[in-house]
Ligand binder design. Structure first.
Ligand SMILES: Cc1cc2nc3c(=O)[nH]c(=O)nc-3n(C[C@H](O)[C@H](O)[C@H](O)COP(=O)(O)O)c2cc1C
Length: 210
């Protein structure tokens, strides 16, 4: 069991990346696949992931992220974005996918579809956005663990101005808004954070047994 958690002890929120070491296409595909396979409420996956490859765009995003160098220096930058208009349309698209994948009729999934639409429609647009963001964060967590298992360094990042990110990435036109980002790559030898002891609450402080 200890070995399973070794990668979680190895990983840390990388502050300085080695700009010369890039991930291979295979590695990037494996990391993205871990996002794709992540669980979400109802299986709806109410988010998109923007894989930002263009250096000029990364420069602009860095300025909107308190100049955090990870944005430009890491091999990859993934931005998680959620719909600003989560609606029946998204559920219908999901139901069509279930129907095609599992070879069942859309009609036979009507009850399931209504069961999903009810709680979504009872929420305000802001609550829908929050709910979608929660789903995106699950995928972020799985991505972080997958990266750690692959000995790939990563940084989950909330430290950015999402209005500016949306503007730079053209997300508004796509009815999306950015919620969290993750950089991936290899740590720089000079990153002093790599050597710091991990700070976590004790198991006793974490767990309430009842
Ligand atoms: C949702 C989230 C957002 C974060 N945002 C940033 C960020 O913008 N910049 C950064 O350097 N670290 C960021 N962190 C990293 C945390 O500060 C770090 O995970 C925490 O201090 C624990 O340290 P460790 O991950 O190195 O073990 C973020 C972490 C999470 C989970």
């Amino acid at each position: 069991m200890t070995q399973i958690n070794d990668s979680l002890n190895w990983r840390y929120a990388t502050k300085a990346y080695n700009t010369n070491k890039k991930l291979t296409e295979d590695q990037v595909n494996t990391l993205i696949e871990s996002i794709r396979l992540s669980p979400s409420s109802y299986g709806l996956q109410p988010y998109k992931v923007i894989d930002v490859e263009t250096p000029e765009i990364r420069e602009k995003l860095k300025a909107a992220a308190w100049n955090q160098t990870q944005i430009t220096d890491a091999s990859q930058l993934l931005v998680f974005a959620v719909p600003t208009d989560l609606s029946d349309q998204h559920v219908d698209t999901f139901i069509e996918n279930v129907s095609k994948t599992r070879v069942v009729t859309v009609e036979s999934l009507k009850e399931y579809s209504d069961m999903i639409k009810g709680p979504i429609n009872s929420r305000t647009p802001d609550q829908r956005k929050e709910w979608s963001a929660k789903q995106a964060y699950i995928a972020l967590g799985i991505l972080l663990k997958t990266a750690a298992d692959m000995q790939v360094d990563s940084t989950p990042m909330e430290g950015f101005d999402s209005v500016q990110f949306d503007d730079i990435l053209g997300l508004k036109e796509k009815n999306l808004t950015s919620v969290v980002a993750c950089t991936l790559g290899y740590r720089s030898e000079d990153d002093i954070y790599a050597k710091l002891t991990k700070v976590r609450v004790s198991k006793d402080d974490l767990i309430i047994k009842i």
